[in-house]
Design a protein around this ligand. Structure first.
Ligand SMILES: Nc1nc2c(c(=O)[nH]1)N[C@@H](CN(C=O)c1ccc(C(=O)N[C@@H](CCC(=O)O)C(=O)O)cc1)CN2
Ligand code: GAR
Length: 219
């Protein structure tokens, strides 16, 4: 196995997908070193998961930046740009080769994306929808509602590259999830099935990217 790829994980919540990755790394089945887990929410349980796995953590919150600007659209934009520029600096200080968004509930602006592109750091994201279907937040609930209204008969999850346009980056791995009449009416039952699918595709997708990066390094 080649030298492990250095990866930083961005989270905002429970971290069940982070845990899936941590477990596979511990089992020697993912060729990566998780150099840091960073959350934009202090109470993210994923930070606890990282601490238990002896992975360095960081909390980086937008509120501090918003307080330094007027509560106007221009002020919020300025706060977000300062936040993103600092986020890039924090992440690049660890010299990662890959950034993995696993439930990171913050839209990344060019002030973050451009420094990482210059540093040739790949950014990928796990999203619980099919390409172009339900971009943004609450994708699972929105897909379920669309199915209940008879508009769709399947949804899915994907790993995709991160670009400025949210959830529109090149899909790396897509897994369709057909709805099951009579079984998926309950959103809780359906959501559990989506998450179980994610725990598998996140490993397959991250592994694909790690192998791509390792091959590029050895070329
Ligand atoms: N520029 C990009 N940024 C991010 C992407 C992306 O593809 N391009 N993927 C996301 C993850 N994501 C969906 O997969 C996503 C996360 C959050 C939001 C969003 O609207 N966030 C709001 C705040 C919502 C909240 O706090 O609950 C916001 O940032 O104002 C959309 C999509 C990671 N970022
Ligand atoms: N738009 C991004 C988005 O909705 N991401 C979703 O957040 C959840 C994080 O769960 P976790 O914290 O248990 O890994 C996952 O379902 C992931 O697909």
């Amino acid at each position: 196995m080649s030298i492990p790829i250095r990866a930083t994980v961005l989270i905002s919540g429970n971290g069940s997908n982070l845990q899936a990755v941590i477990d596979k790394v511990a089992a020697g089945q993912l060729n990566t070193t998780l150099v840091r887990v960073l959350s934009n929410r202090k109470d993210a349980f994923g930070l606890e998961r990282a601490r238990k796995a002896n992975i360095p953590t960081q909390y980086h919150n937008l509120v501090k930046y918003k307080k330094q600007h007027p509560a106007t659209p221009e002020g919020v934009q300025a706060a977000r740009e300062e936040y993103d520029a600092e986020l890039a600096r924090l992440i690049l200080a660890d010299s990662p080769e890959l950034v993995i968004c696993l439930g990171f509930m913050h839209v990344l602006s060019p002030r973050f994306l451009e420094p990482l592109e210059r540093a040739k750091v790949r950014i990928i994201n796990l999203h619980p929808a099919l390409p172009g279907a339900f971009n943004g937040v609450n994708a699972i609930e929105r897909a379920h509602a669309a199915w209940m209204e008879g508009k769709i008969d399947k949804t899915g999850v994907m790993i995709h590259d991160v670009i400025s346009e949210v959830d529109m980056g090149k899909p790396i791995l897509v897994r369709e999830i057909p709805f099951r009449k009579g079984l998926d009416e309950d959103i809780e039952v359906f959501e559990k099935r989506v998450h179980e699918t994610e725990w598998g595709i996140v490993i397959e997708g991250v592994d694909l990217v790690l192998k791509e990066l390792a091959a590029r390094k050895s070329a």
